[in-house]
Write a protein that binds this ligand. Structure first.
Ligand code: NAD
Length: 354
């Protein structure tokens, strides 16, 4: 299996190096991975004048999965938009047809105190949010700003979903639920929006192909409230681009630790790009301070969703849990009484726990 590794900028190189250690340790157990690296983001702009050079895109296309670090840095902020590091992610999503964004929000028992909610509300929480990534009001046409006859300005966007777009994200949602507790909650606003009415109809049709998955529907305003009231009622949530944008940030922050959260963006064949949800953290780059666990957990997601190596994924997740249970913490999640370690030591500890 071919993995394209794109470390990127800032802490990207440090955290990806730890995930590679973990993958190499698994390779020792018979998992055959062909790993090739390429520059992306600011690093690629520095090397080739382009945040997503053709050679990097070619490598990503040829791979079965992509492991991505993070991109961005203050030194690139003045560049024209097309040359900014962040364009590389948008370009990869578009070129590779990555329409399903998976964001787990799981609370490890040892980090339950990091949440802003009471421990009994979040303890044991393990949610996966599936957000459609390439449609909806963010891309619908027409959009723009115009001057009305009475002289005032008006802004407008178009919320739009075709049946096939809904069908493919619904399938991705059911497939993800099949790998978990087999409960899928589809979130929409079908009491008000035509787009959502079609969404609910199509998701309900697709459900017939997955009789073992229990499907429920929820309005987005209620879902936002239920995530705070009782997040443990959810297993997998599937929703459109805008609702998912908001709910996935809400859910991930319930866990309280940005350095712990992985993500995946998948195409129709489960090929995916895997990355931590955080950015390149220029403030701590090169200091051996970054928490590599979000990237290591992203590699575990890659094993599960693109490479169909569920057992290896389970092992990596269990190794992370064991390291936390032993009291090892990077600075971002450190508390008195725990043992503070650097980026590289945390990677080594996960390898040892494997
Ligand atoms: P950020 O996520 O990089 O950092 C926010 C805060 O969280 C910082 O204090 C940082 O030190 C801390 N942090 C982040 N990841 C951490 C980790 N693994 N361990 C410990 N602490 C961690 O967000 P930002 O500061 O808003 O953005 C910095 C740069 O990253 C910008 O150029 C931005 O555009 C880019 N960015 C990239 C991505 C991506 O590559 N997918 C996502 C978000 C932001």
């Amino acid at each position: 299996m071919k993995i394209a590794v794109l470390p990127g900028d800032g802490i990207g190189t440090e955290i990806v190096a730890q995930a590679l250690k973990v993958l190499e340790a698994l390779a020792g157990d018979g998992l055959r991975l062909e790993i090739e690296q390429a520059p992306v983001g600011g690093a690629a702009y520095d090397a080739a004048g382009d945040p997503l050079p053709p050679a990097t895109l070619k490598l990503a296309r040829a791979a079965d999965a992509i492991l991505f670090g993070a991109v961005g840095g203050w030194q690139y902020d003045q560049l024209p938009r097309a040359k900014r590091p962040e364009q590389a992610i948008l370009g990869l999503r578009k070129e590779l047809g990555l329409f399903a964004n998976l964001r787990p929000a799981k609370v490890f028992p040892e980090l339950v105190e990091a949440s802003t909610l009471r421990p009994e509300v979040v303890s044991g929480m393990d949610i996966l949010i599936l957000r459609e990534l390439t449609g909806d009001i963010y891309f619908g046409q027409p959009r723009g700003m115009r001057r009305l006859d009475n002289g005032e300005r008006e802004g407008f966007d178009t919320m739009r979903y075709s049946e096939s777009e809904i069908r493919r994200i619904a399938h991705a949602g059911f497939r993800a639920a099949m790998k978990r507790a087999k409960k899928l909650c589809s979130v929409d606003k079908c009491n008000v929006l035509e787009t959502s009415q079609l969404w609910r109809e199509v998701v309900t049709e697709v459900a017939r192909e997955y009789p073992s998955v229990e499907l429920s529907h929820m309005y987005v305003d209620n879902a936002a409230m239920q995530l705070l009231r009782d997040p443990k009622q959810f297993d997998v949530i599937v929703t459109g681009n805008m609702f998912g944008d908001i709910l996935s940030d809400e859910a991930s922050m319930l866990t309280g630790s940005i350095g712990m959260l992985p993500s995946a963006s998948l195409d129709a064949n489960n090929k995916g790009l895997y990355e931590p949800i955080h950015g390149s953290a220029p403030d701590i780059a090169g200091k051996n301070l970054a928490n590599p666990l979000a990237t290591i957990l992203s590699a575990a997601m890659m094993l599960r969703y693109s490479l169909n190596q569920d057992r290896a994924a389970d092992r990596v997740e269990a190794a992370v849990a064991r390291v936390l249970a032993r009291g090892l913490r990077t600075a971002d999640i450190h508390k008195p009484g725990m043992q503070q370690v650097g980026t590289a030591q945390m990677g080594d500890a996960v390898v040892a726990a494997l």
